[in-house]
Design a protein around this ligand. Structure first.
Ligand SMILES: Nc1nc2c(c(=O)[nH]1)N[C@H]1C(S)=C(S)[C@@H](COP(=O)(O)O)O[C@H]1N2
Ligand SMILES: [Mo]
Length: 402
């Protein structure tokens, strides 16, 4: 008979699991006292610890970013309470009864919408990620992100509900000269970005709900602009104004920030699209494989701002050979996709990496290839392949041990 060591391992692990279940069944007793009372708004178990990573020593806590614990996530939806935050002047406390969205500029009919007005439009619900274009900046430096939360946690995925922007613009009747729309937020910095009209007439939404309830204050309560697949900064939160213009406004956030410095010293501007990307979340940096060699599951997340993920490949030999991971269904466009692959760890030092392909045909490249194409002055849009190193003791790190 042909020997198949990986299968044998799996079978022996199966037997071990059965033994484990039998023993816990013996030990466990049903609680003898009645449990906690009903509650009007639920909370997770006090034993759960996954949390956003908030910079500890920030002198300006209102202007930073907190990161989603991707390495502790299941499936593809980020709980609203763990959705990453990126604020430039803190979270404003806006009253949905008085907050308004103004549509003006190159339109026949300037309009003001309250939240109640927006809710009279036919609503759309869609699953999309939001990702800060600064996600992965750590990967341009020798430091590298030690955990998936540090390297990739400025990305989260929610189910959003709201109104397609094209319906609102149709009511306001754009003038033919209108080619851009300046979107402005209702926070203290009045964050503003110029958005090409084509995007607003495509899949842009004004969303007021997230994961089945009102959008969280951190995500833009009572309403935000959602531009699926566009860099996070353009998804203007606490949206108060859409101003139709012929030209972009050249705001701070599209000149001083969120431009990409090219090797020739020129800056690339309006680089909106987020390209295909993936990260293995288990095993990933900071985690430890316990129980020694044998069966483990490799799993992670992939996403693309250009459309659907069509393929994720995993290499466990330093990128020499690649194997297709299974993609959990359904696969939404411009949304997180969960990939999985059974893996038999031989107990030795291993490098693990994943690369995603999207339906535009784009496949992720290595950090070195990315740097060769873009130079070393880039700060944003790092979608290079992330490598994890498994040590023989099972610990997982972001850098090869020497
Ligand atoms: N009004 C306003 N909108 C904003 C911001 C802001 O500071 N003010 N931050 C932007 C940035 S840089 C990002 S990455 C996303 C983050 O969205 P989130 O906090 O919901 O994750 O919101 C964008 N929209
Ligand atoms: Mo951002």
């Amino acid at each position: 008979m042909k020997k198949d060591p990986s299968r044998r391992k799996l079978l022996s692990m199966g037997a071990g699991l059965a033994a484990l279940t039998a023993c816990t069944a013996e030990k466990q007793e049903a609680p003898s006292q009645v449990g906690k009372a009903l509650s009007p708004y639920g909370e997770r178990s006090s034993r759960e610890t996954a949390k956003r990573l908030v910079p500890a020593d920030s002198k300006t806590p209102s202007t930073g970013g907190s990161r989603t614990p991707l390495q502790e996530s299941y499936g593809t939806i980020t709980p609203s309470s763990l959705h990453f935050e990126r604020h430039h002047s803190g979270v404003p406390d806006l009253d949905p009864a008085t907050h308004e969205l103004l549509i003006h500029g190159l339109v026949e009919q300037p309009l003001v919408y309250s939240l109640a007005d927006l809710k009279r439009f036919p609503a759309t619900t869609r699953v999309h990620f939001v990702e800060c274009s600064g996600n992965g900046t750590s990967e341009y430096t020798a430091a590298l992100g030690p955990t998936a939360q540090v390297s990739h946690g400025l990305a989260s995925c929610s189910e959003w509900t709201g109104v397609p922007v094209k319906l609102l613009l149709a009511e306001a009747k754009l003038k033919p000269e209108a080619k851009w729309v300046i979107a402005e937020g209702g926070d203290a910095c009045k964050l503003a970005r110029s958005i090409p009209l084509a995007k607003l007439m495509d899949d842009a939404m004004i969303v007021y709900a997230q994961n089945g309830e009102a959008i969280r204050p951190e995500q833009g309560y009572p309403m935000r602009l959602l531009l699926p697949g566009f860099e996070g900064n353009t998804n203007v939160k606490w949206i108060r104004r859409l101003h139709a213009t012929a030209e972009p406004a050249q705001t701070t956030h599209e000149t001083a920030y969120y431009t990409d410095l090219m090797p020739d010293g020129k800056a690339r501007q309006f680089s909106f699209d987020l390209e295909g990307k993936s990260v293995i979340t288990h095993p990933s940096g900071g985690q430890k494989l316990t129980g020694g060699a044998g069966a483990f599951e490799i799993t992670g997340l992939a996403w693309s701002g250009r459309g659907k993920i069509t393929r994720v490949e995993v290499s466990s030999d330093g990128g020499k050979t690649w194997k297709d991971a299974e993609l959990n269904q359904p696969i939404h466009s411009k949304a997180f996709v969960r990939f999985r692959m059974p893996w038999n760890w031989d107990g030795g030092a291993v490098t693990l990496q994943s690369r995603a392909t999207d339906d535009s045909g784009y496949t992720q490249v290595s950090q070195d290839e990315l740097a060769a194409a873009r130079g070393r002055n880039y700060r944003y849009h790092n979608n290079g392949i992330k490598v994890w190193y498994i040590q023989p003791d099972g610990s997982v790190t972001h850098a090869a041990q020497v």
